[in-house]
Design a protein around this ligand. Sequence first.
Ligand code: SF4
Ligand code: SF4
Length: 169
Amino acid sequence: MCITDLLFIEKATLEKEEENNHFLRSLRSRSDIELDALAHTLNNEVSAAIDCTECGNCCRSLVINVTQEEVGLLAGHLMLSKEETKEKYIEESQQGNCFINTIPCHFFSANKCTIYEHRFSECRDFPHLHKPGFKARLSGTLMHYGRCPIIYNVIEKMKTELSFFEAAD
Ligand code: SF4
Ligand code: SF4
């Protein structure tokens, strides 16, 4: 069973801050291969049990990075020029990095993505638990632990699978 109550997860995040830091340190001696395999298995299990369309919390709360190529694709989909698209929807840094200029995202409406088929790679990839390099990204993943029920449940199941609580006693 997976926990999807965002208020519960937000509260648990405060209570488990120290525990999660300890968990992160406890993984240092584990191999990348072992942790990637476990993260992928748990991510498959948890993602299948959680309906992102019922949650949408990443769309409501994250800064969404967008590539220049994706800005062009979005412009085509919206039938606007690239310049008009940037003016309406994109913030661009001096280095040319682009991101959606509102939180929640402009394209999030009635708890749904209105450009779902054309959403950005960052939207498709979040929370990145299907990728290799779980251990190297763990601090970043834990930053979103209180925001994303998939992360919360994967981390909690991982603690159990790795007998973290027994080792901590
Ligand atoms: S583009 Fe769609 S999936 Fe991506 S943040 Fe916006 S609403 Fe969410
Ligand atoms: S990826 Fe996480 S935060 Fe985003 S909708 Fe799915 S469960 Fe919610």
